[in-house]
Design a protein around this ligand. Structure first.
Ligand SMILES: [Zn+2]
Length: 228
């Protein structure tokens, strides 16, 4: 597995090709953020890296973020996304409410709602690091269910006001700057319904809009029920 140190205490782990998880380790506690497709033994990896209790949190309920949950005794995922797991889990599943705060010792991790990509999408704000772990919720090429643009607007507005400078996504190797959130907001402000073009994404009908300015690019892809 490729492992990158983003900053002291924060590792980004490439669990499968362009499928990323993160391990945040403070002085007293640790968080594994997402469990990937489940192809790698992340439990052994975590045990080797951190000799302390480790919480396992899912950014949202898609299979490429929850696939390794079964290796752990207990996982937290926002209740709104539980239906996406498709069946009863064989581990203890707990809610991950927005507003939950985890004191890891020198790193304060705060759970925030990033609803849009899925109803229960969450971010993890690492306050001292000014870093946000965002799952798929703020991707430059953002996949959304139909009728979710109002929710997205609220989420982007709230995210813009959070105290972070950079964020990690579930499918990109490098931290992105907060200007990507601003690009999405500006795209949304200029978006008219007829700007969404019909396209096929992996054979599924969808609607797409792209916005560019300077070096910034924002893409929205709306379809019935995105699965990843
Ligand atoms: Zn997803």
């Amino acid at each position: 597995m490729n492992v990158y140190e983003i900053c002291p205490g924060v590792l980004q782990i490439e669990e499968d090709y362009r499928v990323y998880c993160a391990l945040v380790a403070g002085e007293t506690g640790a968080v594994l953020w997402d469990t990937g497709l489940g192809k790698k033994d992340l439990r052994s990896f975590v045990r080797q890296r951190v000799g302390r209790p480790c919480l396992v949190l899912n950014s949202h309920g898609h299979a490429d973020h929850t696939g390794g949950n079964r290796r752990f005794p207990e996982v937290r995922l926002a209740r709104e996304d539980w239906p996406l797991l498709g069946g009863a889990p064989d581990y203890a599943l707990m809610d991950l409410p927005a507003g939950a705060v985890f004191d890891l010792g020198g790193i304060t991790a705060e759970c925030v709602s990033l609803a849009g990509h899925t109803p229960g999408s969450r971010g993890l704000l690492l306050r001292e690091k000014r870093l946000l772990l965002a799952g798929d919720a703020l991707d430059p090429r953002l996949r959304l269910p139909e009728n979710s643009l109002d929710t997205l607007r609220e989420t982007l507005t709230r995210a813009w006001a959070l105290p972070f400078d950079a964020y990690l996504t579930g499918h990109g190797p490098k931290p992105l700057g907060k200007d990507q959130v601003e690009a999405h907001l500006r795209h949304l402000a200029e978006l008219t319904p007829d700007a969404l073009e019909p396209v096929l994404v992996a054979g599924v009908p969808a609607r797409r809009s792209e916005w560019r300015q300077g070096g910034l690019r924002s893409v929205f892809i709306l379809s019935g029920q995105p699965a990843s």
